[in-house]
Write a protein that binds this ligand. Structure first.
Ligand SMILES: [Zn+2]
Length: 467
């Protein structure tokens, strides 16, 4: 394909003008040249920046965003939200999940996410039995990713218990459970069929609540025997109740326990890690593991506040995810992260710290580099050997006009909700043009059918909301 030409681009930490990027037929960047000419190249007007990785998604939850926002006389919490979520997913079949995921992924890519780590635990049919093809749901996720033209790290998820100490799963969890052998089989099957370059298969352990120490160890060993650097994700320390339960079970806090008992290293991604003390903060940073922060979901669920400044000072890696998808924009996530810290500390520019540097740049640098590590893919940079995942910002957009350099990133993050993303290329292929996903019409129609049917067909959620 012809080279791509951009008026300016953010390349490996530097702003450059008149940039030509060559992407091969497999979607990999083969060369990047600066101060060149557009001759013979395809000119994409605007400012090119790397696509942003999204390290945490439960795609089906997109369809319930906005449906859990009513008060209750007993007080609403994460745990009551979870009950509503269990009720909601009872109605979801594979075609519905595919339609929801495709809609979600087109929305995510339109805002600048080009690679998504799908923490995939909706495995079984509504009665709790595996589908005839046990990875039916996983294949639907991959198909949705293909429709949206986005990169994926799919993480089949081990889910065995309802609480610490291997408590039996409750009824609402029957669609998640599988034996360790079955789940490792899912990783192998999906890995064997994965599209080279665009899909990576990893392993998720749902949480320390859902996985016993023995299961954790067998699953991690088996996954690493298949792929020594396989990405491993786990929800950890999201809620204080989980911290208390872990202390009661083991005498240790969740992250403390994990660091002491699991081979945590830079291929691990600790989702949330909200409730961590100073020892745990330093412990995570030392391993090189990535903390997967999901700021709008964490705010929506009332999880608590991650000790950002302490983790920043320890040199820890982090990335962002959209988790339940109440927010779907990378800049929305990093802005929420920064604003929550400002509110808590009554100071400004927390991510930048004491150095006179751009907060937007620091936030996005983490999202790019930590995100690439957590997805286990060569992404997050516009450089040879990386994927041709490129977000193009419109420099004439009201939020960006007159800006240059890092001010563009600060204005993208901190200048409101109206997105200046004009085009998005994934693996060198144009999937968003002039702010619109190339398959938006058909994908939106299929989703609308599902959303309307769910709206008419979820009495348990509807009843609760009418209270
Ligand atoms: Zn999650």
């Amino acid at each position: 394909m012809p080279d791509l030409f951009f008026d300016s681009a953010f390349l490996s930490g530097n702003w450059e003008r008149d940039v030509r990027i060559a992407v091969d037929a497999g979607g990999w960047i083969t060369s990047v040249r600066t101060e060149t000419t557009p001759q013979g190249a395809r000119h994409v007007p605007g400012v090119a920046v790397p696509g942003v990785p999204n390290v945490h998604s439960h795609a089906f939850q997109r369809a319930m965003a906005g449906l859990t926002e009513r008060g209750s006389p007993t007080g609403d919490t994460f745990w009551t939200w979870r009950e509503r979520m269990y009720g909601f997913l009872e109605k979801l079949d594979p075609p519905a999940v595919e339609a929801i995921a495709a809609r979600l992924y087109t929305e995510l890519v339109r805002h600048g996410f080009t690679s998504i780590a799908e923490f995939h635990y909706l495995r079984n049919d509504p009665t709790g039995r595996p589908y005839d093809d046990p990875v039916e749901m996983g294949r639907r996720i991959l198909s949705a990713g293909e429709t949206a033209g986005v990169g994926l790290t799919i993480l089949p998820t081990l889910y065995r218990a309802s609480d610490f100490g291997g408590q039996p799963p409750v009824a609402g969890q029957k669609r998640f459970t599988a034996s360790v052998e079955e789940l490792v089989g899912d990783v192998a099957v999906l890995g064997a069929g994965a599209a080279a370059g665009t899909v990576r298969v990893g392993l998720a352990l749902h949480s320390l609540r859902a996985v016993t120490p023995a299961d954790l160890s067998v699953a991690v060993d088996a996954a690493r025997a298949m792929d020594p650097e396989i990405p491993i994700h786990i929800h950890v320390a999201e809620q204080t109740r989980e911290v208390d339960a872990c202390l009661a079970w083991s005498g240790a806090r969740p992250v403390e326990w994990l660091l002491d008992h699991a081979p945590v290293d830079s291929s691990w991604c600790l989702i949330h890690a909200t409730h961590v003390d100073s020892t745990e903060v330093r412990g995570i940073a030392r391993t090189g593991a990535v903390v997967g922060l999901c700021p709008t979901t964490e705010a929506n669920l009332g999880d608590g506040l991650f000790p950002y400044a302490e983790y920043r000072d320890a040199g820890g890696a982090w990335a962002i995810g959209t988790d339940s998808h109440v927010g779907r924009s990378p800049v929305g996530e990093v802005r929420m992260l920064e604003y929550a810290q400002r509110l808590a500390t009554r100071t400004r520019n927390v991510a930048a710290g004491p150095k006179a540097r751009s907060t937007g740049r620091v936030l996005l640098d983490h999202a790019w580099s930590g995100g690439a590590r957590a997805c286990g893919r060569r992404i997050g940079r516009l450089a040879p050997g990386y994927r041709g995942d490129i977000v193009v910002l419109d420099p004439s957009h009201a939020s960006l006009v007159g800006r240059s350099g890092d001010d563009l990133l600060d204005s993208w993050v901190f200048s409101g909700d109206d997105s200046p993303v004009s085009d998005v290329l994934v693996g060198g292929t144009h999937v968003v043009r002039d702010g619109r996903h190339v398959r938006e019409g058909a994908v939106a129609e299929a989703y609308a059918l599902v959303a309307r049917a769910l709206g008419a067909d979820t009495p348990q959620l509807a009843l609760e909301l009418e209270d």
